[in-house]
Design a protein around this ligand. Structure first.
Ligand SMILES: C[S@@+](CC[C@H](N)C(=O)[O-])C[C@H]1O[C@@H](n2cnc3c(N)ncnc32)[C@H](O)[C@@H]1O
Length: 166
């Protein structure tokens, strides 16, 4: 029995027939660095980055450091990161705070077939290939997938709704 098989599911949750964690990788994804945060266990992480003022450090590997050209001109960035210890087999989930079940694509849960998460962060400073940011929610050492500029004019939809969340 695998570690995932041993994991409990909540009532109403649905597991995938094949856990993506054990399927062959095919996207050629490379991690471009890692994220240094104050949190070394999941229970200590904020539920989302807006709930924390902690200053975190985003370490970009030397091989990708040239990609940081002009990043210092940005006030906010979108960070994409890989939730390295998340299970990947729950397609319908019962979040502890909701009391109802929802598909993973209606959730910001790290538990999803590809455990990519995102946060919009305040960029506080750039020192070589290390960015100081505020607005993260991940474990110390979480692998970094990508960095993009946040464009308020195109990325912000103040009228947006998530119906089930009220
Ligand atoms: C609800 S998710 C939100 C992630 C991201 N802000 C998003 O919206 O895509 C944040 C939670 O993921 C969990 N988490 C943090 N780092 C993780 C990691 N490296 N692997 C798996 N789970 C992680 C923690 O429980 C944290 O509170």
């Amino acid at each position: 029995m695998s570690e995932t098989d041993k994991m409990a599911s909540r009532p109403g949750e649905v597991r995938l027939a094949r856990d993506p964690a054990v399927l062959p990788a095919d996207a050629g994804l490379v991690f471009i660095g890692h994220i240094e945060t104050p949190w070394s266990d999941l229970s200590a992480c904020p539920r989302n980055g807006r709930k924390s003022d902690a200053i975190c450090r985003v370490h970009v590997s030397d091989a990708y450091a040239e990609g940081l050209k002009s990043v210092a001109t940005c006030s906010h960035l979108i960070l994409l990161y890989w939730m390295s210890v998340a299970r990947r087999d729950l397609i319908v989930q019962a979040p502890s705070f909701a009391g109802t079940t929802h598909g993973c694509f209606a959730l910001r849960s790290p538990v999803r077939p590809n455990p990519v998460s995102l946060s919009v962060v305040d960029l506080l400073g750039v020192d070589g290939n290390v960015l100081s940011v505020r607005g993260l929610d991940c474990l110390n050492g979480t692998p970094l997938v990508d960095i993009k500029p946040y464009f308020a004019r195109t990325d912000s939809f103040p009228e947006a709704e998530v119906g089930w969340a009220g």
